[in-house]
Design a protein around this ligand. Structure first.
Ligand SMILES: Cc1cc2nc3c(=O)[nH]c(=O)nc-3n(C[C@H](O)[C@H](O)[C@H](O)COP(=O)(O)O)c2cc1C
Length: 377
């Protein structure tokens, strides 16, 4: 089994940390002279933190396809302190993933500060605080988006984290609690004042959950506030290269964060990058490319989760990666029942032979509302 590396991040002097005079790069400043700042390319693409999705195997295929900055799934500060296995496991990060942020959530100053110290030991490139999670068990317990109801508390929690870590601290949040309390402009200024180094804004309120369309107008207002100096990343509903570029141009954000569109379609990153550079759309990935991603995701799952959980958890990904292939059901049924990796590999070989040269038609990426059944109260 592969073991995560916890070498100090100053050891990793790769491209993203190289000093460069290109002023269009986006910089997440290090609060400590001991460490370099994180230097991202112009118009960086971020992979969103997603519980039960953005684990190391999924991150590996997103990284291969161009994600510039990635985040772990959110980790409970209380869980980390209790030494809960699930929380600790989410701290696993690998050299090839850098730059990478670990995301924590909580509603208590002491716990968040202590969790930040625990995270410090694992040496990610940054520490992100989640003030955006809308689900009842988090938001109604005064964490995640629940903190949006009390900006003073949000500032105290953030200050406690900033004080207890040498990492750059960033925040991910929403526009406000509900449509009558859209306080993101105040939130951005006050969090910048207590030392956060970047802010990601999902263009919905807590009460919207994932309903309706994300509204980027306020994200643009935050970005264009002359008081705001830190990078502002926009998030919500990016599902195509055209939309990514249109929103960048319209709202002026420093970069975009992509969540659901990357699930089953990590090629979204390379497609946006190509479109940004050339104005042209890449053709959809070939069957060989899709199967290669399946193979890599599977291999990483086996390495990180072990043979039983690795095979089981991979089952929910096949349909997404192979979407669009006619009569794929027969193969898919095999993939989700086989337990031997070699037999799975053999089915993947068959798929390549059967569909070689198949021309995919470009269809819009479907953004699933994973929180449809979550209750507000
Ligand atoms: C399955 C799932 C899990 C999520 N888990 C997290 C999380 O752990 N932390 C977080 O800040 N946001 C989480 N989110 C929210 C996403 O990071 C992102 O803000 C949201 O999906 C909107 O972006 P999108 O339209 O590009 O998907 C999650 C979203 C989904 C769909």
């Amino acid at each position: 089994m592969q073991v995560a590396s916890y070498l100090p991040r100053s050891f990793y002097r790769s491209d993203y940390m190289a000093s460069n005079t290109n002023t269009k790069q986006v910089v997440i400043t290090s609060p400590s002279e001991k460490f370099n700042s994180i230097i991202l390319p112009e118009f960086p693409l971020l992979l969103a933190p997603m519980e039960d999705v953005s684990d190391p195997p999924f991150r590996a295929v997103c990284k291969d396809n161009g994600a510039d900055l990635m985040y772990t799934e959110f980790i409970s500060s209380e869980g980390l302190i209790r030494d809960a296995i699930k929380s600790r496991r989410k701290l696993d990060i690998f050299d090839y993933e850098r730059p990478i942020g670990i995301q924590i959530f909580g509603g208590d100053e002491e716990s968040l500060a202590l969790a930040a110290k625990i995270v410090d030991v694992t040496q990610p490139d940054l520490l992100d605080i989640n003030f955006g999670c809308p689900v009842k068990k988090v938001a109604l317990k005064g964490a995640g988006a629940g903190v949006l109801k009390d900006v003073d508390l949000m500032v105290r929690l953030t200050a406690a984290v900033v004080k207890s870590t040498s990492l750059p601290v960033t925040v991910k949040t929403r526009l406000g609690w509900d449509e009558n309390s859209l306080n993101i402009e105040e939130v951005a200024e006050r969090l910048q004042d207590v030392g956060i180094k970047a802010l990601t804004i999902h263009g919905r309120t807590r009460c919207q959950m994932y309903k309706g369309e994300a509204d980027w107008t306020l994200i643009g207002k935050v970005k264009n506030n002359p008081r705001i100096k830190i990078p502002i990343f926009g998030n919500g509903d990016i599902d195509s290269p055209q939309k990514a570029l249109e929103y960048k141009n319209r709202y002026g954000v420093d970069g975009v964060m992509i969540g659901r569109a990357a699930i089953g379609y990590p090629w979204i990153f390379r497609e946006i990058k190509h479109y940004y550079k050339t104005g042209e759309l890449l053709p959809p990935p070939t069957v060989e490319e899709r199967v290669n991603v399946v193979r890599k995701h599977l291999r990483k799952s086996l390495e990180w989760k072990g043979p039983i959980v690795g095979i089981n958890e991979m089952r929910r990904h096949y349909a997404n990666y192979l979407k669009g292939l006619p009569n794929i059901k027969e193969y898919r049924n095999k993939l989700v029942t086989l337990t031997n990796p070699n037999e799975i590999e053999a089915v993947l070989d068959e798929i390549i032979v059967r569909y070689s040269g198949y021309e995919f038609t470009r269809t819009p990426i479907e953004l699933v509302d994973y929180h449809e059944k979550c209750k507000l109260q």
